[in-house]
Design a protein around this ligand. Sequence first.
Ligand SMILES: [Zn+2]
Length: 314
Amino acid sequence: MDLRFERRCLLFDLGDLEPVPARRLLRVGHAFVSHAHMDHFAGFDRLLRLCLGREKALHLFGPPGFVDNVAGKFAAYTWNLAPGYAADFAVTATALEEDGSALTAAFHSRRRFVREGERRIRFEDGVLVREEALTVRYATLDHGIPSLAYRVEEPAHVNVFKDRLEAMGLAVGPWLRALKRAVLRGDPDDRPVAAPGRDGTETVLPLGRLRAEALLVTAGQAIAYVVDTAFTPQTAARIADLARGVDVLFIESPFRAADTELAALKRHLTTGQAGRLAAMAGAKRVVPFHFSPRYQGQEEEMRREVETAFRHPM
Ligand SMILES: [Zn+2]
């Protein structure tokens, strides 16, 4: 998920990261892993390799046992050279329990990625990240093992009218990020804001004037990410709750609608179930993915099955 204005990215699962450009991966500060099956975690190495030698902090979240999973990744390599790197790459791994309790530990390149500072923490109401620009929360689903689903939400969305800024003689640039955050925080109208002019000078304007003339605040957007889960009354209720009213629900649909028994056996969803869950949640749009390779060439039919169940839930 590319938060362009924030110049940062969020990752959901660390699957095959080869198609993701390095410049995007380098902007990742938080990655949210559903579970540690290989196809959701094998991409960790690419991210690690890219970040090595850079001053960077990476926060990883995952299911119970996840701190061991991350420690195991580091244990696979030899780090005698790492303390010599000029910059420290710091990784925090947090393993989330169903009840909001969690185990967290840190790993630093300058100390050869030994596990340190391990402690128990708590997250209230499933909220993992709460910042001015976004909130991230999780829910625990059932894939035979715990599998985590995530929701990202903006409290509000601040649009900038570049043409109006230009008409005011102001330049676009990084200062707009701070301006947006000030608006999202609800800072007072008379707060002075230093704005760079197009001619290189600096003007100080009240926040209220910038808001009135160059910004439009609209409702924030929300997305949810749901993968690798069985369809049970409990998971259905949790998905509907987590994904309530999202703009886009990204949801796995590995099995065709007719193959419910097979899907149940593998603790996965069918296309029909994915579409119904999107309808139950009141999602505005559903994007299915994670189709099983057994249906190669049938992706269009599978998308149609999801859409039909979404539009006409039984
Ligand atoms: Zn899995």
